[in-house]
Design a protein around this ligand. Structure first.
Ligand code: WTA
Length: 654
C-alpha cells in the first residue's frame, strides 16, 4: 500500500447537531474569523490578544514584519503568564478544582485554583530565596506530576526561563541540556514510579553534574521527596523541596515581563546529533495556547480536560500546564502508564473523573485498540464529548476505533497537527464546524496561513505532495534556537525550500481534492517513535561513541503500535569482524543498553543488525534512503549506480 492510500479513507463524518449547536465556534463565527484573518492577520491577532489575555501594560505594537524571521509580537506589552493562569481565576472561581492528580500507585490529590496559587507562590518565593532572578534558567527534571506544574508556574511567575527535561532522559542527555542552557538551578525528585517500577532521578542528576564537573553553572538542586528512597544530597548545593518552602509566604507578586520575554526553552530533536533548544516567548505562546483551547478543544467551564502527554514534551506544556490553566479548566494529571496495574486504567480514570475532553496519541490509541473493545465497553464513558489525537499521523483503522468504541459516534475527533516549534495546534478540525475525515488534520486554524509548496516556493495544486509551510508569522511560533540563531534560520527558513520566505515545518504533506491537509511524515532525519521525536543522528552518534563500533546508520521502520521503530545498522571496528549467533545477541543487548544510557530508554534501537559495511556513495555519504527501503522490505527503485560497495546490498537485505 502506498503511504498515500494507507492514510486515506473515503468516509466523512459530520459533528452531531447537538455538538454544533453548543460549540464555541459555529459555521458563521468561524467564517467571520477566517475572513478577518484573511483581510488583516495582524489586526486579527491584536484583537484576540487584547480580549483573551490579561495585560499589565497593553501593547501598542502588534508585529514588526521587517524583523523576518526573528518576529516579535506585542513587543511593548507587559504581562505575566502565571498571573494569567492562576490569579485571574481567583476572583470568580477560587474553589474550582484546577488539578486532579493520580499517581502511579493510585493516590489522588486535588488542588483548587486557590490552593495551586498558594503552592506556586510558596515555591516561587523559595526559588527567589536561592537567588533565582528574572531571565535565569532552571531545569525541571520531574515526573509528570502536580509538582512539575507548580515548578513551571513558579518559574513563569518570577520571569525565570524553565527548561523541562523529560524524566526518561539519561544523565548524559540531561547534562547536555544543563550546559547548553547554563542552568542555575535544577528541580528534581528522589525517584519516580512508573508502571510499578521505581526509577532513580536524583542519581541521574548527580551523574549529570559529575559529567559536567567544574564547568557547571548549577548552584542548587531542589529535590522533591517522592518515594523516600535513599538519596544522596550534596551539602550546600542540594536541598529538599519541603525544607525550601517551609517558611515561605503563600503570596508572591508576579514579575511583569515584556511579551517577548522567553517563557521556556524546550529541547527537541533535529537533523543533527545535537538537540535544539526551542525558545518560546511569553505573550504569543500564551495567546496560541488559549485560542486553541477555545477553538480546537471547544473549552467549556464544566469540562474535565485530560491530555495524556507528559509535561516533558511540548504537548504537556501547552495542553497540561499553560492552555487549560489559562482558561480556568479542571485538568487530570496521571503519572503512570496506560496498562498499569491493569489495562483498564485509562477507562477507570475517564469514568471516575467524568472526563469530557480526552486528548492522546495514536500510539496509545493503537495500544488500547489491541487490548480489545471489551475493556472500554465495560465502563461508562458517556461523559466524553470531544476526542483528540496528536503527535503522528493516525491511521484510519485506529481513528475509527477511537470514534466508534471510545466516542460511541457522539464525539468529534480533533486530529491536531503541530510541533514543539509552533507552540500550539496549527492544523485541526474545528469541532462543530468541519466534517471529519479519518487521518486528515483538516484545515489550518483561523489566523494560520499554511500551504503546500515545491522547492522553489510555488504553491502546489491540490493532491500534489510537497513541503508543508506556514506563510505568515503567527504569535505562538518559535523565536529562536537558544544560543544558535543561525541554526534557527537554517532549520526553519532554509534557502533551499521556498527561498527562506516561509516557516518550513519539516513535514511533507498534500491537500486533497477538497483542500483537506494530509501529513505524510518528516522530510528530515527525524523519527517519530510512539509520538516522541528522535533524531537519527543523535542515536547514531550515541552508537558510534561505543568503543566496539566503527560506524552506525539509523533508520525508522514502520511499526504497528509505535508508528515507527528504531532500526540500526552497525559496523564493528577492525574490518570484517561481524559477530554472529550468541555473540551478536549479547552485543546487541549491550548496544541497546548503551543507547539507553547515553540518551534514554525511548531511543533504544528495537533492532540492531551487524554488517561489514554501510552502503555509501563514492563521496562517502551513507545512503539512508536505501536502508529505509531495505527495512521496509520495499523493492529498491532508487538509483544505486553511485553506490560504491555494491556487493553489500545482499548482506543488508538478508
Ligand atoms: C508529527 C508534537 C501527523 C509531525 C506536537 C511533526 C503529526 C512532529 C501530528 C512534531 C498529526 C504531530 N498528524 N503528524 N496530528 N502531530 N505530528 O515537536 O511530523 O514532538 O513535525 O510536537 O510530529 O513533533 P513534536
Amino acid at each position: 500500500m502506498s503511504q498515500l492510500s494507507m492514510f486515506k479513507d473515503t468516509q466523512v463524518f459530520l459533528p452531531s447537531k447537538k455538538f454544533s449547536a453548543a460549540a464555541n465556534l459555529n459555521k458563521q463565527k468561524y467564517k467571520i474569523l477566517q475572513k478577518k484573518a484573511e483581510e488583516d492577520y495582524v489586526k486579527f491577532w491584536a484583537e484576540l490578544a487584547t480580549e483573551h489575555i490579561t495585560w499589565h501594560k497593553q501593547f501598542t505594537k502588534t508585529l514588526n514584519e521587517n524583523s523576518h524571521p526573528f518576529f516579535q509580537w506585542f513587543e511593548d506589552g507587559k504581562l505575566n503568564v502565571s498571573y494569567n493562569c492562576l490569579d485571574r481565576h481567583l476572583k470568580n472561581t477560587p474553589h474550582k478544582t484546577a488539578i486532579i492528580f493520580e499517581s502511579d500507585s493510585g493516590q489522588i490529590e486535588t488542588y483548587t485554583y486557590k490552593e495551586l496559587h498558594a503552592k506556586v507562590c510558596k515555591f516561587a518565593n523559595g526559588l527567589k530565596s536561592l537567588g533565582a532572578r528574572c531571565g535565569d534558567r532552571v531545569i525541571i527534571y520531574l515526573p509528570h506530576s502536580a509538582e512539575a506544574i507548580i515548578a513551571m508556574q513558579a518559574c513563569a511567575r518570577i520571569g525565570v526561563i524553565h527548561s523541562v527535561v523529560f524524566a526518561g532522559f539519561s544523565a548524559r542527555a540531561l547534562g547536555d541540556r544543563i550546559i547548553d542552557a547554563k542552568a542555575k538551578i535544577i528541580i528534581t525528585a528522589d525517584e519516580q514510579r512508573r508502571g510499578g517500577k521505581i526509577l532513580p532521578l536524583k542519581n541521574e542528576v548527580n551523574a549529570a553534574l559529575e559529567l559536567i564537573g567544574k564547568a557547571t553553572t548549577v548552584e542548587h538542586v531542589i529535590v522533591q521527596r517522592k518515594t523516600g528512597g535513599e538519596t544522596w544530597l550534596v551539602h550546600g548545593r542540594d536541598l529538599w523541596w519541603h525544607d525550601l518552602i517551609r517558611d515561605q509566604k503563600d503570596i508572591c507578586s508576579s514579575v511583569w515581563v515584556t511579551s517577548e520575554h522567553p517563557l521556556f526553552i524546550l529541547y527537541t530533536s533535529g537533523s543533527t546529533g545535537v538537540p535544539k533548544g526551542v525558545v518560546h516567548a511569553s505573550g504569543g505562546y500564551l495567546l496560541g495556547a488559549v485560542m486553541s483551547m477555545k477553538w480546537v478543544f471547544d473549552y467549556k467551564p464544566d469540562d474535565v480536560f485530560w491530555c495524556t502527554a507528559d509535561v516533558g514534551w511540548i504537548t504537556g506544556h501547552t495542553y497540561v500546564c499553560y492552555g487549560p490553566l489559562a482558561v480556568g479548566a479542571t485538568i487530570i494529571i496521571y503519572e503512570g502508564v496506560l496498562t498499569y496495574p491493569t489495562p483498564n486504567r485509562f477507562w477507570e480514570i475517564i469514568e471516575r473523573n467524568q472526563v469530557s475532553v480526552f486528548y492522546t496519541a495514536p500510539t496509545a490509541i493503537r495500544t488500547l485498540m489491541k487490548l480489545g473493545a471489551e475493556l472500554p465497553n465495560k465502563f461508562d464513558l458517556s461523559s466524553l464529548r470531544l476526542l483528540g489525537s496528536v503527535g503522528e499521523p493516525i491511521n484510519p483503522k485506529a481513528w475509527l476505533w477511537f470514534y466508534e468504541v471510545v466516542g460511541k459516534k457522539q464525539c468529534p475527533i480533533v486530529d491536531t497537527w503541530w510541533q514543539t516549534e509552533t507552540g500550539c495546534a496549527m492544523l485541526s478540525t474545528i469541532p462543530g464546524v468541519n466534517q471529519l475525515k479519518p487521518g486528515s488534520c483538516n484545515f489550518p486554524v483561523p489566523g494560520i496561513i499554511a500551504d503546500i509548496i515545491d522547492e522553489a516556493g510555488n504553491a502546489l495544486d491540490n493532491t500534489a505532495t510537497g513541503y508543508l509551510v506556514i506563510k505568515k508569522p503567527f504569535p505562538s511560533q518559535i523565536r529562536t534556537i537558544w544560543n544558535n540563531p543561525g541554526r534557527y534560520i537554517n532549520s526553519y527558513f532554509p534557502q533551499s525550500i521556498g527561498c527562506g520566505k516561509y516557516y518550513v515545518a519539516g513535514d511533507s504533506a498534500y491537500k486533497d481534492e477538497d483542500g483537506y491537509f494530509w501529513i505524510l511524515g518528516r522530510i528530515d532525519d527525524v523519527l517519530n517513535v510512539s509520538g516522541h521525536r528522535l533524531g537519527t543522528m543523535e542515536i547514531e552518534s550515541a552508537l558510534a561513541a561505543n568503543s566496539i563500533l566503527a560506524e552506525a546508520a539509523v533508520v525508522g521502520k514502520p511499526h504497528e503500535i509505535k508508528g515507527e521503530s528504531v532500526f540500526a545498522f552497525v559496523v564493528c571496528k577492525g574490518g570484517n569482524t561481524r559477530p554472529v549467533g550468541d555473540e551478536a545477541r549479547r552485543l546487541e543487548q549491550e548496544l541497546k543498553d548503551w543507547v539507553a544510557g547515553r540518551i534514554g530508554s525511548i531511543a533504544k534501537p528495537d533492532e540492531i543488525k551487524f554488517v561489514d559495511n554501510l552502503p555509501k556513495t563514492r563521496s562517502g555519504k551513507i545512503m539512508r534512503r536505501l536502508l529505509r527501503s531495505i527495512v521496509r522490505n520495499e523493492e529498491i527503485t532508487q538509483d544505486v549506480s553511485t553506490l560504491e560497495n555494491f556487493t553489500i546490498l545482499e548482506q543488508l537485505k538478508n
